[in-house]
Design a protein around this ligand. Sequence first.
Ligand SMILES: Cc1cc2nc3c(=O)[nH]c(=O)nc-3n(C[C@H](O)[C@H](O)[C@H](O)COP(=O)(O)O)c2cc1C
Length: 148
Amino acid sequence: MKSIIIYESTHHGNTKKLVDVIAERHNVDTAGIENAGSVDLSGYDMVGLAAGIAFGKFYSRMEEFAAKIPSGSRVFLLYTCGNPSGGYVKSITRTLESNGVKVVGNYGCKGYDTYGPFKLIGGIAKGHPTEEEILGAVSFYGKISREE
Ligand SMILES: Cc1cc2nc3c(=O)[nH]c(=O)nc-3n(C[C@H](O)[C@H](O)[C@H](O)COP(=O)(O)O)c2cc1C
């Protein structure tokens, strides 16, 4: 089982923390979204898409990249967000599934958020992702990679 995680983690590097620890502990390559176009996805059993959330969706470059993933691929989703109210994977999942991509699972947790007015109050979700949340992402990956 060999995977690659494409990440976009521009706000505070919150999502990248999950990606780095998964890659340290499993047979996983990583690439930033800026290099994603030159990656040959056909060499991997699974592709992870990892990003922060903006305006209720994965970051827009990641939403756009998702539309280019070949039919028949197996994808998992990772994200961090200021306020985990749910529904953040809906849009990207719809795009992927409508192109014949199988979404095998998703994992999300809080990530430090200083966007807009939250900056004035010192941000929300300070200290996130925690160690426990990062390890949660590692066990999520362990679980889906065993099942696949
Ligand atoms: C422009 C912008 C919009 C955001 N919109 C949301 C949102 O709709 N819901 C949410 O829970 N968090 C939102 N956030 C917070 C980020 O998703 C959160 O801080 C995330 O952990 C950032 O990940 P990163 O450091 O990997 O980029 C927003 C952040 C930014 C910069």
